[in-house]
Ligand binder design. Structure first.
Ligand code: 5CA
Length: 153
């Protein structure tokens, strides 16, 4: 098993969540929605932004939504831009396409798109471009400490 997948499984221990190995790639939200047979907005994109201070911030975003940089910056309290792929890898321990909302090497402040709370179950990357986990939004909020917010365009 990949170290990334193992880290996600440890983070989910004791939580009502199911790790799923998909039959096709889940690198992007549309691919993940097709693989899971769900609405695109039930897919949790884990998007990292970085401030000029170097701090990282995580935005758990519904698959069909885009992070609005101005709204994200207002939440963080500093101007943000997208984190680059190397930074994402170093800080989270996950490669782009498999970044999970849980099991990061370094914790970051985080927010959850209110759109994701409209569903009974949502699907997030489990550390690889082929694994997802399903979880109720409330359980993901409790596990991560994310705050519900409106940060999409
Ligand atoms: N496994 C899927 C569904 S959960 C997934 O990880 N989707 S994702 O949206 O969270 O991750 C792909 C996202 O990574 C893209 O939306 C894009 O925002 C970001 N990304 C892709 N390439 C780069 C890059 N070179 N640098 C920074 N971010 C990138």
């Amino acid at each position: 098993m990949s170290k990334s997948l193992a880290r996600v499984k440890v983070a989910l221990a004791g939580v009502k969540a199911e790790v799923l190995e998909m039959p096709s790639e889940t690198r992007t939200a549309p691919q993940a929605a097709t693989a899971a047979g769900c609405d695109i907005d039930q897919i949790v994109k884990s998007i990292l932004f970085q401030g000029s201070t170097g701090r990282l911030y995580l935005f758990l975003t519904a698959g069909g939504n885009q992070v609005d940089a101005a709204k994200a910056s207002a939440l963080a309290g500093e101007a943000l831009g997208r984190a680059d792929a190397d930074t994402v890898r170093r800080v989270t321990g996950f490669a782009i396409g498999g970044v999970s909302p849980v099991g990061h090497l370094t914790p970051t402040p985080l927010w959850l798109d209110q759109k994701l709370t409209e569903f009974a179950l949502i699907y997030a990357a489990a550390g690889t471009p082929r694994h997802l986990f399903s979880i109720a939004p409330d359980a993901l909020l409790a596990l991560t400490g994310a705050k519900i917010a409106a940060f999409t365009a």
